[in-house]
Write a protein that binds this ligand. Structure first.
Ligand code: FPP
Length: 254
C-alpha cells in the first residue's frame, strides 16, 4: 500500500462557522454501509473493489453532511464480527482505512470535520492506529460535522464494556446498585456525550441492525434502501432526510 503524506489545510479554514441544518432535520445520522461485495460482484469484479468504491461514498457522504449542517455522522466501518472474513479481505480493509486516514486529511480539514471513533481501535494494526491518531489530533479542534467511525465495534461488546465500568464503580463504592439509571449507562458508553442517532440508514436492502449501536438506536428512525453502499450519494441521503422530515416521533407517547 503506498502512503502519501498530505498537507493539512491552513488553520483559518478550519475555523469556519459550521453550516446550519434546517429545523426538523436529523442532527445525528448513523449508517450501516452494506453491499460493497455484492455491488462488485454484479459488475464481475473482486469484492474488495466494492470496498474501494465504498471509501469514495464515505467521502461524498461526509462532505454532504458537512454542507447540510448535520452534527454527527456515525459510520459502521469495521465490526467485531468482520474479523471472521477471509484474511486477505481483512488486510485489504485495514489498508484501505489507513490510506483513507492519510488521503482524506485535506478533505477533512477543508470541510471542518472532526474525526472521532467508537469501538476498540487499539485492536487495529499499529500502522493504522498511527494514522488514526494523527488524523484525530489534526481534526480535534474542528467544529463542523463529527465523523465518528465505528472501528472494531460491536454494540454488545460496548454494553459489556459499560457494564464492567459500572461494576468497578460499584466495587469502589462510588455508586450504589440502586442508583444505576439509564444516564449511568449512557455515561459508560464509548462516547458518553454522543446524542442518539435520529436517523439510521442501512444500504443494500437487508432489514437487520447487525450489532450496531443497540443502546443508542432505541428511538431512531430507520431508513433502508436497496442501493449498494458504493453507489450511495448525496441524493440518497437527501431522500432519507426528506422521508425523516415526514415522520412523527412520539417516543412511546401519543
Ligand atoms: C459491508 O459490505 C461493508 C463493510 C464490511 C465495510 C465497510 C467499509 C467501507 C465502506 C470501506 C471504506 C471505509 C472507510 C471508513 C475508509 P459487504 O462487503 O459486507 O457487502 P456484502 O453484504 O455485499 O458482501
Amino acid at each position: 500500500m503506498t502512503k502519501r503524506k498530505t498537507e493539512a489545510a491552513p488553520q483559518a479554514e478550519t475555523q469556519k462557522r459550521p453550516a446550519e441544518a434546517r429545523p426538523g432535520d436529523p442532527r445525528h445520522v448513523a449508517i450501516i454501509m452494506d453491499g460493497n461485495g455484492r455491488w462488485a460482484r454484479t459488475k464481475g469484479w473482486m469484492r474488495v473493489k466494492g470496498h474501494e468504491e465504498g471509501a469514495r461514498a464515505v467521502r461524498e457522504t461526509t462532505e454532504a453532511c458537512a454542507q447540510m449542517g448535520i452534527e454527527q455522522l456515525t459510520l459502521y466501518a469495521f465490526s467485531t464480527e468482520n474479523w471472521r472474513r477471509p484474511k486477505h479481505e481483512v488486510a485489504f480493509l485495514m489498508g484501505l482505512l489507513e490510506r483513507y486516514l492519510i488521503d482524506e486529511r485535506p478533505t477533512i480539514m477543508r470541510n471542518n470535520v472532526r474525526l472521532t471513533t467508537i469501538g476498540h481501535p487499539e485492536g487495529l494494526p499499529e500502522s493504522c492506529q498511527r494514522e488514526l491518531r494523527e488524523t484525530l489530533a489534526m481534526s480535534a479542534e474542528n467544529r463542523g460535522v463529527n465523523l465518528c467511525l465505528a472501528l472494531n465495534y460491536g454494540a454488545r461488546q460496548e454494553i459489556v464494556d459499560a457494564t464492567r465500568r459500572i461494576a468497578q464503580q460499584v466495587r469502589r463504592a462510588e455508586i450504589e446498585p440502586e442508583d444505576i439509571t439509564e444516564e449511568t449507562i449512557r455515561k459508560a458508553l464509548y462516547q458518553p456525550t454522543m446524542r442518539d442517532p435520529d436517523l439510521l440508514i442501512r444500504t443494500a436492502g437487508e432489514m437487520r441492525i447487525s450489532n450496531f449501536l443497540l443502546w443508542q438506536i432505541s428511538y431512531s428512525e430507520l431508513w433502508v434502501t436497496a442501493v449498494h453502499w458504493p453507489e450511495f450519494r448525496r441524493e440518497h441521503l437527501e431522500a432519507a432526510i426528506a422521508d425523516y422530515r415526514k415522520r412523527e416521533r412520539r417516543y412511546g407517547g401519543l
